[in-house]
Design a protein around this ligand. Structure first.
Ligand code: SAM
Length: 395
């Protein structure tokens, strides 16, 4: 499987010369037939290559459900209220959010005269098989919730969610070169012929002039100067993604949850001299970015400053950014944990997995250290407060 994709990338480089790492990553992850995310393998899940918070345990979505309900009430309980999830995966987050709304008695699930609830769920998922599975999963869990693809060009009122999506958007690789214009070179992907090697050669780093001035412009806008030899990534695709989200959002919130940091931290030459891009396979991280394209996840930390700048440029308001641990505590994780613990059907095994999940969600070195960024548009006064780090939304 990966040989076929590697051969395609090899042929592209033979024909055009070295390609950007962003192109390599885009093909490796999203080639329509052979991409890591598009060819229908089970990920992310226990049998996959990594485990996200919603796949790890429903307690995550049960807690996030409180934010969803807050956003709805703060907007004046619109019907429909669209929950649009980018990178929806298996639908695990949506399913546990719906369970949480039910457990909390949220009006978002109350069936109206038309036979549907205010909640309308719109998964945005590049893996078409998964998109179909999500619809079946949610139809069984909550038939009153309409599950539909976003209508092109239609503007929505509601909440846009993206958990561990942005880190999968392609990145360019750069290296600091003080003294050259822009202060950086780009690390492209080349091909070295070697008749003895499988596929007749291997991918290799090629350091060259940047393929676009946008790379230096992005870092300059963030006041970042790379040290000599410092490796880093620049994700230009994040701005286009934020612009797409903003274009469709008439009124409501956007929550981006991912691993990453503001630019000053992400590009710190002492803490991260070699950047953050990694390959993942079988729950193991590797810095061999070129092995088995299509069989491994490729990911790099998210630049929170770039998302915020893109949001402002797209007409969204930056509401707040906090850690996942603080966000979940503000949403009432302790209360949700307490409710689950009191369940008379709770088995000792379930208690242990639940407790371990809560610990991982709060541990700043694990999922607790992820950031949660809230953006918004067209919000009534006070609506920006929905589940900020210290405040709770109000009815
Ligand atoms: C790391 S997984 C996270 C899935 C889910 N949000 C979760 O937390 O379990 C990333 C998901 O984003 C999807 N994806 C990757 N690139 C995408 C894109 N450009 N547009 C939409 N979905 C994408 C993948 O297919 C995958 O389901």
């Amino acid at each position: 499987m990966s040989d076929a994709l590697a051969a395609r990338l090899r042929d592209e480089i033979r024909a055009r010369g070295p390609i950007t790492f962003a192109r390599f990553m885009e093909v490796a992850l999203t080639d329509p037939e052979l991409g890591y995310y598009t060819r229908g393998a089970p990920r992310p899940a226990r049998e996959g290559d990594f485990l996200t918070a919603p796949e790890m345990d429903p307690v995550f979505g049960l807690t996030v459900a409180r934010q969803v309900d807050d956003c709805w009430r703060l907007l004046g309980r619109p019907d429909p209220f669209v929950l649009r999830e980018h990178g929806a995966g298996s639908g695990a987050l949506a399913a546990s959010i719906i369970d949480g709304l039910r457990a909390d008695g949220s009006g978002l699930l109350e069936t109206g005269p038309a036979g549907t609830a205010p909640l309308r769920y719109e998964p945005v998922e590049i893996d078409l098989a998964r998109r179909r599975d999500i619809a079946a999963r949610l139809a069984a869990a909550a038939p009153q919730v309409v599950v539909a693809d976003p209508v092109p060009g239609a503007r929505m009122t509601g909440l846009v969610l993206a958990n561990e999506l942005v880190d999968a958007l392609p990145v360019h690789r750069v290296v600091g070169r003080p003294g050259v214009p822009g202060g950086l070179a780009e690390v492209l992907v080349g091909w070295v012929e070697d008749p003895a090697a499988p596929l007749g050669g291997r991918f290799t780093d090629v350091v060259a002039e940047p393929t676009t001035p946008a790379l230096a412009a992005r870092l300059a806008a963030e006041d970042v100067t790379l040290a000599d030899g410092q490796q880093a990534e620049v994700r230009l695709a994040d701005a286009a993604w934020v612009a797409d989200v903003a274009r469709d959002l008439e009124r409501g919130h956007v929550l981006v949850i991912d691993y990453g940091a503001p630019a000053a931290d992400l590009y710190d030459p002492v803490r991260r001299p070699a950047g953050t891009v990694l390959a993942y396979a079988g729950h193991r991280a590797s810095d061999d970015l070129y092995a088995d394209p299509g069989d491994r996840d490729l990911t790099a930390h998210v630049d929170a400053t770039a998302l915020e700048d893109a949001a402002v440029a797209s007409g969204l308001e930056v509401l707040w950014r906090t850690t996942q641990a603080a966000f979940l505590m503000a949403c009432g994780l302790e209360e949700v944990f307490g409710r689950l613990r009191e369940d008379p059907a709770l088995t000792p095994e379930r208690y242990l997995t639940l407790r371990s999940a809560v610990r991982r969600l709060l541990d700043p070195r694990l999922l607790g250290g992820f950031f949660v960024l809230a953006l918004g548009r067209g919000l009534p006064p006070g609506a920006h407060r929905a589940r900020g780090p210290t405040e709770r939304g109000e009815a």
